[in-house]
Write a new protein. Structure first.
Length: 264
């Protein structure tokens, strides 16, 4: 649990005077970064609230959000609903390139799911209305457990998407294994429930990041996202599970390569 921060509101850092041409968010980002590196906000402590930083530095809340988003991107802070913004590192991480996925075949897709893991931070129960049934290609009136998660890379732990996972209640035991470097859901369906994935339907579209994911990801309202919905069916064409991924614009790239075969 993060320690409570009882320090008085921060004062602008003298080491980072703002030039006339420097954007306010860049100046504030550097000031906060310097304060964290200097130990003013130690690892595990809470950063002042958005309103407190806005008042202390004399900037808008939009400027605060943009400055702190950059601290999120470099792994120095993490936002937690109902808790606040926690300092997680005293040094910024080296900038990482976008994750590039090649999802041209079913084999590629199953390999990709082995390279990522899910961190569950919420759960709801949904009953498919007509709109949901059409989107997921499931039966109207069917019940689904919906896990709200962040999708992270196994190798680095970097978050690349907000992901909603739809699971039939009969497979609810899968949730108990969704922690750490867990097996992929398709593998758990196969090994734990004897379910075979026979067909995968993938749908891709440009959209905006859902509002309920913005705070935790450190993004602004209206941030672009790549929505990729993947539905998994058994040999009888019964829908088993769906993952609805909203990929962060600058952290994910989809790449496909084709070679022209010999023509008759």
């Amino acid at each position: 649990m993060p320690s409570k921060n009882n320090n008085p509101p921060a004062k602008p850092t003298r080491a980072t005077p703002r030039s006339k041409t420097q954007p306010r968010y860049a100046w504030l980002h550097q000031s906060l970064l310097n304060d964290i590196v200097a130990g003013k906000y130690p690892v595990g402590s809470l950063l002042p609230t958005e309103a407190q930083l806005s008042a202390t530095f004399g900037v808008s809340r939009h400027t605060v959000r943009e400055a702190t988003r950059r601290l999120v991107d470099t792994g120095m802070i993490v936002r937690y609903p109902s808790i606040g913004t926690v300092v997680t590192s005293a040094q910024p991480e080296v900038a990482q390139p976008s994750y590039i996925a090649g999802l041209g075949t079913m084999k590629d897709l199953l390999a990709y799911t082995d390279q990522t893991r899910l961190e569950v931070f919420g759960e709801t129960l949904a009953v498919a209305d007509d709109a949901m049934a059409e989107s997921l290609r499931c039966e109207p009136g069917s019940k689904w457990l919906v896990f709200h998660t962040n999708r992270c890379l196994v190798e680095s732990g970097r978050v690349i998407s907000y992901t909603r996972v739809f699971i039939r209640p009969e497979f609810e035991g899968i949730k108990q294994k969704l922690h750490g470097n867990h097996p992929s859901i398709y593998k758990m369906l196969q090994d734990d429930y004897g379910q075979e994935i026979h067909r995968i339907r993938q749908q891709i579209e440009a959209t905006l990041m859902p509002e309920n994911a913005l705070f935790q990801l450190g993004l602004e309202s209206g941030s672009p996202a790549l929505r990729m919905l993947r539905a998994y069916f058994d040999p009888q064409d019964r829908l088993l599970t769906v993952s609805e991924n909203f990929y962060i614009a600058d952290r994910f790239k989809l790449q496909s390569d084709w070679e022209r075969g010999d023509e008759p």
